[in-house]
Design a protein around this ligand. Structure first.
Ligand code: FAD
Length: 467
């Protein structure tokens, strides 16, 4: 230690003396400062790691440690614990750092945004389906989105991956591959046949137009797919999406209203003269790569390549009860205004159920709403966003809806329903039932086309969406 350092008299503290001391001992002060910063940062990281471990422990105790669908698989050898993925996740603290490595602390809340994959500077994150312990059934597709039937592709939610941004990306990538493999030797009505005009199908049609490839795009309902069926003015969260020809589209704070997103799609459709044949449904196909014969509700076509972008909403998971096929039971909510002064049961604890509950419980509609959640209070909303959970609890406090955990419908009558709640059976007045219990994969239909269904156990499939 220098003489000056030894001579610093702390009893007679004087700022000039301190400055003098610092300037005469710059090297030591610098090292000391560096050590202090490193010490504070290590302590902070250790504390955060400890908290993350506690959260993971709770996740395991609640049996919520298996991801529902697409989720990140972290390559520990590449992960530097830089936190880029943690900060990038739009769903909050799903990913955290444990012992200097990224860790999926809340797997069941992951919806597969893929922002973590894009943010990782080391390329150490892949998006995968299923885990070693829990397999997930999904159609077999190559990294280019081609199924085991050569020339037949699947993109978007039908392939198991939700979200608008992912669907548009996949529709685009599938066409990139199909175009590369097109052979001009056979004569067909069109080069590419696209089923579905949601985000995946629309991006695919645009990519065909961009590549000067002829196409037909049909939809059994309306242009826009699931987005078209969102409730009026629904707030959609989405990171920037990229459409061929139109380029990237950012949304302020990654939030946009349903109508705005549909207007944007409509504008792009018009600008690039994209043709969508609505109210025409796909029935099946025969033939093979470079010469498929497609049958629809309106006729038949031949095409060299076929892309299925049918989503999953056509097959909502049902309750399996008598009278479920009556008009009072619905699987999506289009216009909340149509439901007023009514007794309404909403089944489900996910985001779709919680958002619908918020729309229908608006004071001016004067509805009596019961939200029926199969699981306990601890687990029932585990897959929903925290904001949505908070909003429905607030509505319950205001007396605008009732939340009933451990509850399911056991009987549907014309003007009432029977609720099974643990060992009790309760009768409730009822005019409408909204069921939000997810969707069934149309496996049988896909298998009838020759597509094989795999059980995924966390293997890396598909191209990185970030690329
Ligand atoms: C309530 C709810 C809220 C959501 N909120 C968000 C959100 O905030 N942000 C986000 O990014 N994502 C959200 N999603 C998910 C998103 O909507 C989907 O991931 C996305 O629309 C999938 O796109 P897709 O093109 O694969 O399928 P879809 O959009 O489902 O489109 C499929 C199309 O195929 C058509 N089709 C089906 N079968 C046939 C057939 N046999 N013949 C012809 N046509 C057929 C359908 O009519 C439909 O138009 C939400 C979903 C739901 C249900």
């Amino acid at each position: 230690m220098s003489k000056e350092a030894e001579g610093l008299d702390m009893d007679n503290f004087n700022i000039e003396l301190v400055l003098d001391f610092i300037s005469n001992n710059l090297e030591q002060v610098g090292i000391g400062f560096f050590i202090l910063i490193a010490f504070v940062s290590t302590r902070k990281k250790r504390k955060q790691s400890k908290l993350a471990k506690e959260k993971w422990q709770k996740t395991v105790e609640k049996n919520l440690n298996e991801p529902i669908s697409l989720h990140p698989k972290i390559n520990k050898a590449l992960c530097t614990g830089c936190t880029a993925c943690v900060k990038a996740c739009p769903e909050g603290e799903i990913l955290q750092i444990i012992d200097h490595k990224a860790f999926l602390v809340h797997p069941s809340k992951c919806v597969g945004h893929g922002a973590c994959e894009a943010a990782c500077p080391m390329g150490g994150i892949d998006l995968v389906f299923g885990t070693k312990t829990r397999g997930m059934e999904i159609p077999r597709i190559t990294p280019e989105y081609e199924t085991n039937v050569a020339g037949l592709y699947i993109a978007g939610e039908l392939g198991g991956m939700g979200l608008i941004r992912n669907a548009t990306k996949q529709g685009t990538l599938a066409i990139d591959d199909a175009v590369k493999k097109l052979k001009k030797t056979t004569q067909t009505d069109v080069d590419v046949f696209i089923v579905g005009s949601g985000p995946a199908g629309f991006a695919a049609a645009l990519n065909c137009a961009k590549n000067n490839v002829s196409y037909v795009c049909i939809d059994q309902n309306s242009f826009g797919g699931t987005i078209f069926n969102f409730p009026k003015k629904k707030i959609v969260t989405s990171h920037p999406i990229e459409l061929p020809l139109a380029g990237p589209k950012k949304f302020k704070r990654n939030v946009v209203q349903k109508e705005e997103i549909l207007d944007f799609f409509e504008e792009v459709k018009k600008k690039f003269k994209i043709k969508i044949q609505e109210k025409e449904s796909f029935k099946g196909l025969s033939g093979k790569d470079q010469n498929f014969k497609i049958t629809t509700s309106k006729g038949s076509y031949t095409a060299k390549k076929v892309l299925l972008c049918m989503g999953l909403r056509g097959s909502p998971r049902k309750l399996g009860l008598e009278n479920e096929d009556t008009k009072k039971v619905m699987y999506n909510l289009l216009d909340p205004e149509e439901f007023q002064n009514a007794h309404i049961a909403i089944v489900g604890g996910g985001n779709a159920a919680l958002e619908s509950a918020q729309y229908l419980a608006r004071k001016q509609y004067k509805n009596t709403i019961t939200l029926l959640v199969r699981d306990s209070k601890d687990d029932g909303f585990a897959r929903a966003l925290e904001d949505n959970q908070k909003l429905v609890y607030d509505l319950e406090q205001q007396g605008l809806l009732n939340i009933s955990f451990h509850s399911s419908i056991s009987k549907i009558n014309e003007t009432s329903i029977l609720i099974k709640k643990l060992d009790d059976e309760i009768e409730l007045k009822n005019d409408y039932i909204f069921v939000f219990a997810g969707a069934e994969m149309p496996h049988k239909f896909l298998m009838s086309l020759g597509i094989e269904i795999d059980k995924a156990h966390g293997e890396i499939r598909g191209k990185k969406l970030a690329s």
